[in-house]
Write a protein that binds this ligand. Structure first.
Ligand code: COA
Length: 168
């Protein structure tokens, strides 16, 4: 699927909330559960991303938000060439159709045009999110390290977080 991709605006907050609640079901790679999201959270994601980074939404032909990626430029200044705190989610009924890959292509294009230049994008992925790890490596991210026992899942399982980075 070739979604339409555009930057989100504050009015997209209810759709963003709905998307992340849908994407955070059992087996999801998202650390934040649906119960930890509300409208102020979604409004905050958009406001912070517009101020300090990027929020890109993927829309289907019916203009339904089916995927989103947001990330922040790190601080202080020695880190401002780094885009981090990256989160991506797609609606379950839109997964496996290239929406995630299209969002990464879009954030690469955004990064290339950003000033000052983005020279590194980094993200964390829990070790059990095998599909996510495959997608990130296909998009050019390289596993750089393992943070031991960083997550405890809802069922009590303890997992490591994998750090992945891509430089430009
Ligand atoms: C992880 C996630 C963002 C990936 O997004 P996605 O849109 O499903 O990713 P893509 O479709 O681009 O790629 C995933 C698979 O679909 C396949 N695919 C890509 N384009 C396709 C197309 N046009 N048609 C069919 N399949 C396609 C890819 O080959 C890939 O398959 P593989 O994993 O077997 O290699 C999504 O699954 C998701 O939201 N998961 C829940 C939340 C989550 O885990 N977020 C990440 C936290 S780290």
């Amino acid at each position: 699927m070739r979604p339409t991709i555009r930057s989100l605006v504050p009015a997209d907050a209810p759709a963003l909330l709905d998307l992340y609640r849908a994407a955070s079901g059992p087996g999801s790679g998202l650390a934040r559960t649906a119960g930890e999201t509300d409208l102020p959270w979604a409004e905050g994601v958009i406001a912070q991303s517009l101020a300090r980074g990027v929020t890109l939404g993927a829309f289907d032909a019916d203009e339904r938000l089916i995927g989103e990626l947001h990330a922040l430029r790190l601080t202080p200044r020695s880190f401002e060439h780094v885009l981090g705190d990256l989160t991506i989610g797609c609606r379950p009924d839109a997964q496996g159709q290239g929406v995630g890959a299209a969002l990464f292509e879009a954030v690469f294009a955004w990064s290339a045009a950003a000033s000052p230049r983005i020279q590194r994008i980094e993200l964390f992925c829990r070790e059990g999110n095998v599909g996510g790890l495959r997608l990130y490596q296909r998009m050019g991210f390289v596993p750089e390290g393992r943070l031991k026992a960083r997550l405890v899942l809802a069922d009590g399982t303890v997992e490591d977080d994998i750090v992945l980075g891509r430089t430009f």
